[in-house]
Design a protein around this ligand. Structure first.
Ligand code: MLT
Length: 404
């Protein structure tokens, strides 16, 4: 008889954003006359820009002609995209990353969930708390996280690094040494960042103890302050310890198009094995490459026109972010984030739990956010709003919340 993978059974409840989606749908069916404003999941609302649309159309036309038709994409990505990434995201920022250290994929969510496969089951992971749930959940599924301790809201083999207002929502070096350290800056969910000097400490620490950092930089395009690093490879020594994950979802609006990439420098080696070679083997076996049409759209993101348009998208969402930040501040809420990230992190009023505040906002003013507790125990008593709505809806949501 078949036995299921019992590691999956250790996961409490369903995926955070599925739970929220279900709750909102139920509310919507019961209250069909209410206009719900969704500032929960970080999904974009602006359409793809003209340069991207043209690149998509042109690539579709190429697929209609025998001479330019393409079948399987190269499994690690087309050269035209890998070299555009290496130049624009890395060389232009003074980072030494080669084209062939870039692995093109269908997005940072899958890469951040899959990357743990190349490490031993015995590796100990450290995560920020609160944290993007995919890092922990994917390690639970693969049997690396131990058992769930319900009353603590934690897995017993995971090192949680609390990111609270006392730490400026940044992690501190843990007492116990991990093997794999997940970092995400600008941070999802808190919107916090760290200066380059602070990130350098993590790189030095990882190199010293022989750990690897999985650095999620999906929100890099939202950085507005000078001292905030755009890539971990701005730090000295990162080539021997850091993997970086990037996405086209949040900067270029590709949440429904799907494109991202992972960088693994060839200098990262443990026990004589290069992680680059392992990921290439995994990619080649389990993945057939992002579609040509989508990779052409990705290339267009780096054209001069594309860059200008993408800047416009980011500016649009950041205008929403400051509207939420300022509006809630004026109304007496304790808020942070929203300066280098499209997320605003607020303390729930009157000591409400995160989920109570979620229900309260949904029922009273029909606004959806994300309960901080869904991101980990230190998120309890906090709530996340995204800046990815339309400007009009954002203004209306802040208006409704501040009148409560
Ligand atoms: C979020 O809301 O945290 C993100 O949209 C989730 C994701 O990017 O997968």
């Amino acid at each position: 008889m078949v036995k299921v993978c019992d590691d999956y059974l250790k996961l409490p409840g369903s995926y955070l954003f599925s739970t929220i989606g279900k709750k909102v749908n139920e509310f919507s069916v019961a209250n069909p006359d209410k206009k719900i404003i969704r500032l929960g999941i970080g999904d974009v609302t602006r359409p793809l820009t003209p340069t991207i649309i043209k690149a998509l159309h042109d690539a579709v036309d190429e697929m209609a002609v025998a001479e330019t038709f393409r079948g399987y994409a190269p499994d690690l990505g087309y050269d035209f995209l890998r070299s555009a990434i290496a130049k624009n995201d890395y060389a232009d920022r003074g980072c030494d990353i080669k084209d062939d250290e870039i692995f093109v994929s269908d997005g940072a969510k899958s890469d951040s969930g899959n990357i743990q496969e190349i490490f031993s089951k015995d590796c100990k992971i450290a995560v920020c708390d609160p944290v993007y749930p995919v890092y922990v959940d994917s390690n639970v599924m693969s049997g690396r996280a131990g058992s769930y301790v319900e009353k603590e809201g934690r897995f017993d083999k995971v090192i949680y690094m609390p990111c609270t207002k006392d730490t400026n929502f940044a992690p501190e070096i843990p007492d116990e040494n991990p093997d794999i350290i997940y970092l995400c800056f600008p941070n999802n969910p808190t919107g916090a960042t760290v200066p380059k000097s602070e990130l350098q400490k993590w790189v030095d620490y990882a190199n010293k103890i022989g750990a690897v950092i999985i650095y999620d930089a999906a929100y890099e395009a939202y950085i507005s302050e000078d001292d905030v690093p755009h890539s971990i490879y701005e730090c000295e020594g990162a080539r021997t310890c850091a993997i970086e994950l990037r996405s086209f979802s949040k900067n270029a609006g590709f949440t429904g198009v799907r494109l991202g990439f992972t960088v693994i420098p060839k200098d990262i080696e443990f026990d004589g094995v290069k992680l680059h070679a392992l990921w290439a083997r995994r990619h080649g076996t389990k993945y057939n490459g992002a579609p040509y049409i989508v990779q052409k759209a990705g290339e267009a993101v780096y054209s001069p026109e594309g860059k200008k348009e993408i800047r416009g998208l980011v500016d649009y969402y950041m205008r929403n972010a400051s509207y939420i930040l300022e509006g809630l501040k004026k109304a007496g809420y304790t808020v942070s984030g929203g300066v280098n990230a499209p997320y605003i992190w607020l303390k729930t009023p009157d000591k409400m739990t995160s989920w109570d505040f979620f229900d309260y906002l949904l029922n009273e003013v029909n606004v959806v956010g994300t309960p901080g507790a869904g991101f980990g125990p230190s998120g309890e008593g906090y709530f996340r709003l995204t800046a990815f709505g339309t400007y009009e809806n954002t203004v209306e949501a802040v208006d409704r919340i501040t009148k409560l």
